[in-house]
Design a protein around this ligand. Structure first.
Ligand code: T1G
Length: 673
């Protein structure tokens, strides 16, 4: 059956796309829309046209999977021109998410009707692209310069109500009455006739573009696409429409041919691929997760709880002492209220979330929970004791999860009589903010438990990646060689600020030492200030525990701005002298070779040991868990661009043992992804 059909409703022809899952505008859909409009023009009995979609959403954009294939006509411009040049009014009926080429198709229509729940946006910038079907030229004419530059450069959608206020939507229909409302509205438009967006004057103040660009310079640092989007909108303010379209096309092709868009599209699909478990059928029956138990109301326990509360899932939170419990519950409320103060949450939503949080000091209150997560002190004996007790209390079939960041989940599971119900759920701090969730699969974790965990992750809006049981799972395991080498480079003459700058210039949000100060230099420290065996011990011994004490590898002012410390440099120099290391000038390239290449090497080992299902999963972990620049696609995608042979040579130069899989890729000029 054709993905696009037409229905005649009196003098209105309705063109319907049915191309699940998101009505992507692949060639068949474009062809169907063009043919539908031509059918309407050839029929004198038809006075107006409605374009709508079956399924969950209006067109969600071009079919991204087509980008790497030979183009199939009709092209977007051909389809868009057919619609816009129709002498009979064409109305877009929008529900779900009208995104990218979908919104551009709606903009080529003469009028737009949407239901209140609809979202309209041009998220191409998130794929390293820009709206390449006239969006950057029509939006400034229909919605105004301010909205256009914000929508194009950030990729954030607007609601139907906002769209109506902008003039992007002409009528908001009642939920469930979109089709009939659009048909009736189409009839009203017959007398008004077609209204071409491209013929409208650009509205708004071009000066806004410069202020917007300045205000977002930091956020767009390193990305190519935001600037290109802004340039296209700016072109619309001074060029005739057709010249603006030509400029847009030129800028679109530049981005499409660049590595950043390939990287960002890689992450788009990799994020979705990560949710699939290769050896667990997609139709595996899931366990019902209606109530969650949280053991530990500290920073992690509170943050983890918020994810479930925000998704409307009740949480019973357990602490040992009333004071700790009260502090934890208070911190959850404080975090919600801070979000509400920024306008990102309504006060009633805060109360709704808090109303389904049940604090307790009695583990027996977790007996009816379907999923119980522990976030207690990171010590194996403590965790085994907790799971032993849980085993006696939790109902049969409850999923028992540890939030451990590196401990052996199999050993924890062995402390229970139900290892098949045990796995790791490694949240990243702050747990209510960071998107990444490493789902750690124990040797005995049941397939339905794993599948349920992945489904719950999606429900609480996390990006989940399955990891095997090894020290540090995926992310922290790759972080380790980077931190070790960074410390060695200090002994050989590099400074913390030099190493951090190389990483920040690469696109990371911070370097190894800034990260250490943020997380806490004292993590894993033996806490004996008289035992000083390395730089870290020496820093901790003098209270340099990181940002939380106002000083770590750097000194911090009240706004937590870092400045290099002479005291730290003296400590480094002292250990360097004692280590016998020969101090020398160290170049940035060597820092990359000795801190990023070993991560790729570790990633290759992770793949060989099947601690990750696929290289793209490793990329997702680093983009969502550590801020690896999405325009570089993750460590393994970046390694493919660098070339395995270049990475192997760089590692050999510095005496690293080469992972067999990396050696294999180098020899065969193969790629990880
Ligand atoms: N093309 C192809 N496949 C797509 C797709 C697209 N545009 N969007 C989604 N999918 C697949 C996705 O891979 C997944 O596949 C399934 O649909 C469900 O998606 C010319 C150049 C619409 C908000 O950037 O933001 O138009 O894993 O899991 O969470 O100017 O999908 O099931 O096999 O994400 O409900 C611009 C991208 C394209 C929108 C729905 N459009 N999509 O989210 O489901 S470029 C976008 C999304 C463009 C023009 C330019 C989301 C969604 P599978 P999902 P969801």
């Amino acid at each position: 059956m054709s993905v696009v059909t037409t229905e005649r409703h009196g003098d209105v022809l309705v063109i319907i796309s049915n191309n699940p899952p998101v009505n992507a505008l692949g060639a068949a859909v474009r062809g169907g829309l063009k043919a539908g409009v031509e059918e309407a023009l050839a029929d004198d009995g038809i006075k107006a046209v409605v374009i709508r979609c079956d399924g969950r959403t209006f067109f969600a954009g071009a079919d991204i999977t087509e980008f790497t294939k030979a183009p199939v006509p009709p092209s977007f411009p051909e389809m868009i021109e057919t619609i816009e040049n129709s002498p009979k009014p064409v109305i877009a009926a929008i529900h779900g998410t009208a995104l990218g080429g979908g919104l551009e198709t709606a903009l080529s229509c003469h009028y737009r009707v949407a239901v209140p729940s609809a979202q309209l946006g041009v998220p191409e910038v998130k794929l390293g692209l820009l709206p390449g079907a006239g969006g950057t030229q029509r939006l400034p004419r229909v919605a105004g310069i301010e909205a256009a530059v914000e929508m194009c450069a950030t990729g954030n959608p607007v609601s139907a109500a906002k769209a109506e206020s902008l003039g992007l939507v002409d009528l908001v229909a009642e939920e469930g009455k979109l089709a009939e409302t659009a048909i009736a509205f189409a009839r009203e438009c017959v007398a008004r006739g077609p209204r071409k967006s491209s013929a409208m004057p650009v509205k708004g103040d071009p000066a806004y573009i410069e202020s917007f660009t300045k205000a977002n310079a930091r956020k767009f640092r390193g990305f190519d696409a935001p600037a290109a989007n802004i340039a296209c909108v700016e072109a619309a303010t001074r060029l005739p429409f057709e010249e603006g379209i030509a400029f847009e096309r030129q800028e679109f092709m530049k981005l499409m041919m660049g590595s950043q868009s390939a990287a960002q599209r890689h992450i788009f699909f990799s994020e979705r691929k990560a949710s699939k478990i290769d050896d667990v059928p997609e139709d595996t029956k899931l366990r019902d997760i209606r109530k969650v138990g949280m053991i530990g109301a500290g920073t992690m326990g509170g943050g983890i709880s918020m994810n479930f509360l925000s998704a409307g899932i009740p949480v019973t939170i357990l602490e040992m002492k009333q004071e700790a419990l009260d502090r934890g519950v208070g911190l959850i409320r404080k975090n919600y209220e801070a979000t509400a103060a920024k306008g990102r949450m309504k006060p009633e939503q805060v109360e709704a979330a808090m109303s389904i949080l049940t604090p307790t000091l009695d583990m027996a209150d977790l007996a009816d929970c379907d999923l119980i997560i522990e976030a207690v002190f990171e010590n194996m004996d403590v965790k085994k004791e907790v799971f032993g007790k849980l085993d006696a209390i939790a109902k049969p079939g409850a999923i028992l999860a540890s939030n451990t960041s590196y401990l052996d989940v199999n050993e924890i599971a062995a402390a229970t009589s139900r290892p098949q119900d045990v796995l790791g759920l490694h949240f990243f701090s702050p747990a209510n903010v960071m998107k990444l969730l490493e789902v750690v699969r124990g040797a005995k974790t049941a397939p339905d438990v794993l599948a349920t965990a992945m489904a719950v992750a999606k429900k609480i809006r996390k990006v989940a990646v399955v990891a095997g049981v090894c020290d540090g799972f995926i992310g922290n395991r790759m972080l380790k060689p980077r931190q070790i080498e960074a410390m060695k480079l200090l002994m050989e003459g590099a400074t913390p600020q030099q190493i951090d700058k190389v990483h920040v210039d690469f696109g990371m949000p911070m370097g190894p030492f800034q990260m250490s100060d943020l997380a806490g230099v004292d993590i894993g420290w033996h806490r004996d200030p008289t035992r000083i065996e390395n730089v870290r011990d020496a820093l901790c011994a003098v209270g340099r525990w990181g940002q939380k004490t106002g000083k770590g590898f750097y000194d911090y002012d009240e706004k937590r701005n870092p400045t290099p410390s002479a005291e730290v440099q003296a400590i480094i120099d002292d250990f360097s002298a004692r280590s016998g290391a020969v101090k020398r000038e160290i170049g940035d390239e060597e820092i990359i070779e000795r801190t990023l290449y070993p991560m790729v090497n570790e990633g290759a080992l992770i793949l060989e040991e099947k601690m990750a299902q696929r290289a793209s999963d490793i990329d997702v972990v680093w983009v969502y868990g550590y801020g690896w620049p999405v325009y570089r696609g993750g460590p393994m995608f970046w390694a493919d661009l660098e070339g395995a042979n270049k990475i192997k040579a760089g590692l050999e130069k510095h005496g690293f043992a080469i992972a067999p899989l990396l050696a294999e890729k180098a020899a065969s000029k193969g790629r990880f992804n």
